[in-house]
Design a binder for this molecule. Structure first.
Ligand code: HEM
Length: 526
């Protein structure tokens, strides 16, 4: 051993002395610095976990880098979710992985991947995500739209498609639609050239049709119920704090979502109680009279909440687009006025053969799908495009992004109904580049009813009136901003001036003379 080298005993003593010196120095740091240091270590640890996860889960679809706790939520700030997700998809592709708060999600933004999800692996993606608002409002998700995939859902769906929403049933409501549209036309005509809030009128029409189809004239609280359903729907967009951080119960409390939904639920619940009571009484009376005409109707209550907002939203967007594209409006009006001549009363059968009107509706549904997302959840681990989608991943099919994908659509964001001329693209779920009603097992069963609620009002509004913006506004100035909920509607109400079409002299005076008016309504009540 050389003189300079310490003995093993000396080495031990030096080390021990160093470490005891270190301890002393540590305890000399002020407490806040130590706390900050510990917090920093925790943050670092979390960050490493995220990177490590990214390393080990290479088979997840690509996506932007996730931050601890909030994941990719910051990427959604600043624009509406369907637009923000489309912009992200431009960078990361048609299948993208995101972490939305606590929720792992994949976003589908191309028709090719949509085909994989909604057709090839439809079975694996046929669940719905569990949303707080839906859980509270729909008595723990027992409704058709949000019930988990399984036997219960299958039975409900069968009854609904075969009995409640069959073509025969939809047709049986035609006199309700015809009568209510007559009321709308009358009320617009009476505004005689002043600016009207057309959004309100269209919404009231959809409510009235829904209300009458569901309750007839029996429910006392119809208006309150429809309003409550509207409020309820606005809470089910799926991007609320409570849906992105389901286990942070305290956060739900502070954000007020739970109490808001519970209030709406209480209102709906009270009204349903009254309806059930009334129906029990009526069933008893029917039983006494040996008259069994009850049956399916109770299920309708649950079903029709989907019908009101969607139909009115589509009519609003169709007219907005036509205001911005006057040549389209003129073409649609010319078709109607040519086909209907000078008919006073218009029935659904009269507009069945109109082709341009259908193109206008199709194009509106492409640019403004009432539901911009199909909300799904993965029931079992699945492989798509070589990537793994773990079980329970939330799946967001961006219907709007797919419908405006420039790879499939020429001038994708322009309103051109002619694009549907001479091609076989339909919204029945077989063309995956165009899915406003969804596709696969959970596709919308209310397609027929929904379209019937759009076609007749739109046709009559165009047939009877010419439409203009308030004086001084140019068509291209019409604000087309959107607002996000379960459906994407206009942010600002549509205010227009209606001028009765000049060649309809027969309409002038209708309404002033009650006998003419009654004649019209009687025709609908045939
Ligand atoms: C024209 C208006 C409508 C549009 C654009 C529309 C759109 C949609 C969409 C995109 C879905 C999700 C489909 C999927 O996940 O693949 C859906 C589901 C559904 N829609 Fe509609 N809908 C409309 C009208 C209606 C009407 C009038 C009703 C009922 C009277 C209705 C009842 C339902 C139900 C019950 C579901 C859930 C089906 C299930 O999960 O099995 N919809 N709708």
């Amino acid at each position: 051993m050389s003189e300079q080298e310490p003995s093993s005993h000396q080495r031990y003593t030096v080390t021990a002395r160093k470490s005891s010196l270190g301890d002393m120095e540590l305890f000399q740091f002020p407490l806040p610095i130590i706390i900050l240091f510990i917090l920093f270590l925790i943050f670092l640890f979390e960050l490493l976990k995220v990177f490590k996860k990214d390393d080990t889960s290479q088979k997840l679809p690509p996506g932007p880098r996730k931050l601890p706790l909030i994941g990719n939520l910051f990427s959604l700030v600043g624009s509406l979710p369907h637009r923000a997700l489309r912009d992200l998809a431009k960078k990361y592709g048609g299948l993208m992985h995101l972490q939305l708060g606590e929720i792992p999600a994949v976003v589908v933004s191309s028709s090719r991947v949509a085909k994989e999800v909604l057709k090839v692996h439809d079975h694996a993606f046929s669940n719905r995500p569990e949303l707080l608002a839906v859980k509270i409002l729909m008595y723990n998700c027992i409704d058709l739209a949000f019930s988990p995939y399984g036997e219960y859902w299958r039975q409900m769906r069968k009854i609904c498609t075969l009995e409640l929403l069959s073509a025969k049933k939809v047709k049986s409501f035609s006199s309700i639609r015809e009568g209510e549209v007559w009321h709308l036309i009358e009320s617009v005509r009476l505004t005689s050239g002043s600016v009207i809030n057309l959004s309100e009128k269209i919404y009231a029409l959809s409510n009235a049709v829904t209300r009458k189809a569901v309750f007839g004239d029996r429910c006392k609280d119809q208006d309150a119920l429809i309003q409550a359903i509207h409020d309820a729907i606005s809470t089910t967009g799926g991007f609320d704090v409570s849906d992105l951080f389901p286990s942070f119960k305290l956060l739900h409390f502070f954000c007020g979502m739970r109490s808001k939904v519970e209030k709406v639920h209480q209102k709906v619940d009270q009204i349903f109680d009254t309806i059930i009571h009334e129906r029990e009484q009526s069933a008893l009376r029917n039983k006494k009279n040996d008259n069994d005409n009850t049956g399916m109707e109770d299920l309708l209550d649950d079903m029709f909440s989907g019908g009101t907002d969607t139909s009115s939203t589509i009519i609003e967007w169709a007219i907005s687009e036509m205001i911005r594209h006057p040549t389209v409006m003129e073409k649609a009006q010319a078709e109607l006025r040519q086909a209907l001549g000078k008919k006073k009363i218009i029935y659904e059968a009269d507009i069945r053969g109109l082709s341009y009107l259908k193109l206008v509706i199709k194009e509106t549904l492409r640019l403004h799908p009432a539901s911009p997302f199909l909300p799904r959840e993965c029931r079992e681990q699945c492989e798509i495009d070589g990537y793994i989608i773990p079980k329970k991943t939330r799946v967001i099919v961006n219907v709007w992004a797919i419908g405006t994908d420039p790879e499939y659509w020429h001038n994708a964001e322009q309103f051109q109904p002619e694009r549907f001329e001479n091609n076989s693209i339909e919204f029945t779920g077989s063309n995956l580049e165009y899915i406003p009603f969804g596709a696969g097992r959970r596709m919308c069963p209310g397609l027929g009813f929904g379209l019937a609620n759009v076609e007749l009002p739109l046709a009559q509004l165009l047939y009877h009136f010419n439409w203009n913006l308030p004086v001084g506004s140019q068509p291209e100035e019409l604000d087309m901003s959107e607002t996000f909920g379960a459906s994407v509607g206009r942010k600002y109400d549509l205010r227009l001036i209606a001028t009765p079409h000049s060649s309809f002299g027969h309409l002038t005076g209708v309404g002033k003379s009650s006998s003419t008016r009654d004649m019209g309504l009687a025709a609908y009540r045939r």
